[in-house]
Ligand binder design. Sequence first.
Ligand code: NAD
Ligand code: ZN
Length: 355
Amino acid sequence: MFRNFKLVPKIIFGRGCFSQLDDIIEEKRENSKSWVVFVIDDVFKGKSLEKRIPLHDRDMLLWVNVDDEPKTKYVDQLTCDVKAYHSTLPSAIIGIGGGSSMDLAKAVSLMLTNEGSSTLYQGWDLIKTPAIYHIAVPTLSGTGAEVSRTAVLTGPEKKLGLNSDYTVYDQIILDPELTKSVPKDQHFYTGMDCYIHCIESLQGTFLNEFSKSYGEKSLDLCREVFIDDHPDKADKLMMASFFGGMSIAYSQVGACHALSYGLSYVLGTHHGIGCCIVFDYLSEFYLNGVKEFREMMEKCQIELPRGLCKNLADDQIEKMVTVALGLDPLWENCLGKDWKNIMTPDKAKSLFLKM
Ligand code: NAD
Ligand code: ZN
């Protein structure tokens, strides 16, 4: 069966296009009671972006904190806060920030129309009712969360996204100027998330011409950003993120993402840096990719943390292995149908112990 895959229907791109946000929302304001919610990363509190938010009288400004990556409990609490703000549902949710804030906004837009806790919907196509109209404004490029059909959440039992066609954003606003304030290390980590999406997609057994076309373009853009230090790198990385997301949407990620999920589940390591830590040890699977990654790391003067797993208890390592090896499609994409004979629990453990 071929996947019938939903795309973001409306996209605006260009430096400064954030200024059009009010006009874009306007068509959703049907009457004088209509209101919208701006879900925004609290890193922008007191910054110039805060003053540019087109807030109308009845609108809600919902600051979110992403020191920890999104949790189901946090999504449930934010959903309650929105429901309590007015007696009617909002007409639109606008997520402003990196992958974490975009995923929180996606999740809240879904949970406003679907009963119960978000933990009930962690999985594939469990969402039954369309979400509130949702708009993303990325301020950090790389994850591809702006185009994906998932909102990644950590719950009490698992780290698994709300995967559904309803999760996909209705509108995205790609304004590269908004990424200017991203700290250098974070720019690299989240940018490498995109680079690794491309490598894993392009070297995967699930590859097809659709994913290849997007993946190759995204990889070229990553090279212009991280090797050539191109003057238009903000624009380029924003498009690389979008194309990288399109590439994996129709194929899959691989070994690095599977192992990084283990790391993140046990140690709370954030996605971008976690992928970098893992990728550095995967030369035997992605030889040229790792070589180029190291070149990029040197150019950008990035030092990765080492020895994370050295002093972990056995049960913590076991948990990491279980989480990582539970992601069958990622391994099948990387190593083929026979993957279980290659990536044994002992092999996964030995990789973690090096990190
Ligand atoms: P992030 O959203 O967690 O943000 C990282 C840091 O950068 C935070 O401190 C944030 O406040 C800061 N930041 C963001 N924009 C900034 C700006 N313009 N200026 C200054 N600081 C800024 O990082 P991320 O790497 O974009 O996202 C990671 C999250 O995305 C993880 O939760 C991961 O699970 C998720 N993810 C989702 C998908 C998907 O398809 N839905 C794909 C990959 C990753
Ligand atoms: Zn990723």
